[in-house]
Design a protein around this ligand. Structure first.
Ligand code: C5P
Length: 221
């Protein structure tokens, strides 16, 4: 059967990854979490001690990273040069640094290249910030998924390691700051593509949101 590519973009905590995973499973497509790729680069930047605003040094580091996403369990395993880093990607430290690393042109070029290769055979559901606008401008279905900042903070709160010292209010402020950095960056900012459908998931269940997108996907085939 004919397969399409589906791009799901939106701010942090809008439910993109949970929804995208469900949509992919319903359509038997491959789910690709591009945020996890930027998080993996950020992990390596923090580990290596390279200053995160040094485009040249971070770019060189990113060029040497082979990032592979494997389906697994209730998520996706992220391997960097063969090492499974999945469990290390959701920390507050990475949350706080990732948008600085993701601003750099060489990092974005490298990630977009890897992502386009992953989507070349069609049949992917890719979630991120710039998929509909930059990575896959020809995606047959584009969705811009949002929710109120409070709702998004609550969702991210539930993802944190138990015992993480942060209040919901502070997490909401940090999410809004990350969105601001993502929106205001020069290269491939967070932006709704002109041909994307806007979906506000506030008050909707994950299943309702996924079902809506599956229906749009089936109509777009
Ligand atoms: O989706 P997630 O919150 O894991 O993304 C983490 C960060 O990675 C975002 O805040 C953004 O800075 C960056 N990102 C990006 N482009 C993407 C996906 C994520 O710049 N396509």
């Amino acid at each position: 059967t004919h397969r399409i590519n589906i791009a799901i973009d939106g701010p942090a905590g809008a439910g993109k990854s949970t929804v995208a995973r469900k949509v992919a499973s319903a359509l038997q497509y491959v789910y690709i979490d591009t945020g996890a790729m930027y998080r993996a680069v950020t992990l390596k930047v923090l580990d290596s001690g390279v200053p995160k605003d040094d485009d040249e040094a971070v770019g060189r580091l990113a060029d040497g990273l082979d990032i592979v996403l494997l389906p697994g369990g209730d998520g996706q395993q992220v391997r960097v040069n063969g090492e499974d880093v999945t469990a290390k990607l959701r920390s507050l430290e990475i949350n706080r640094s990732v948008s600085y690393v993701a601003r750099l042109s060489r990092v974005r070029l490298r990630m977009a290249e890897l992502q386009r290769n992953m989507a070349a055979g069609k049949g992917v559901v890719m979630d991120g910030r710039d998929i509909g606008t930059h990575v896959l401008p020809d995606a047959e279905l584009k969705v811009f998924l949002t929710a109120t900042p409070r709702e998004r903070a609550k969702r991210r709160f539930l993802e944190l390691e138990p015992g993480t010292e942060i209040t919901l209010d502070q997490l909401e402020r940090e999410i809004e700051e990350r969105d601001r950095l993502d929106r205001e960056r020069e290269i491939a900012p967070l932006l709704q593509a002109a041909d994307a459908r806007l979906l506000d998931s506030t008050g909707m269940t994950v299943d309702e949101v996924a079902e809506e997108i599956v229906q749009w996907g089936l109509a777009a085939v």
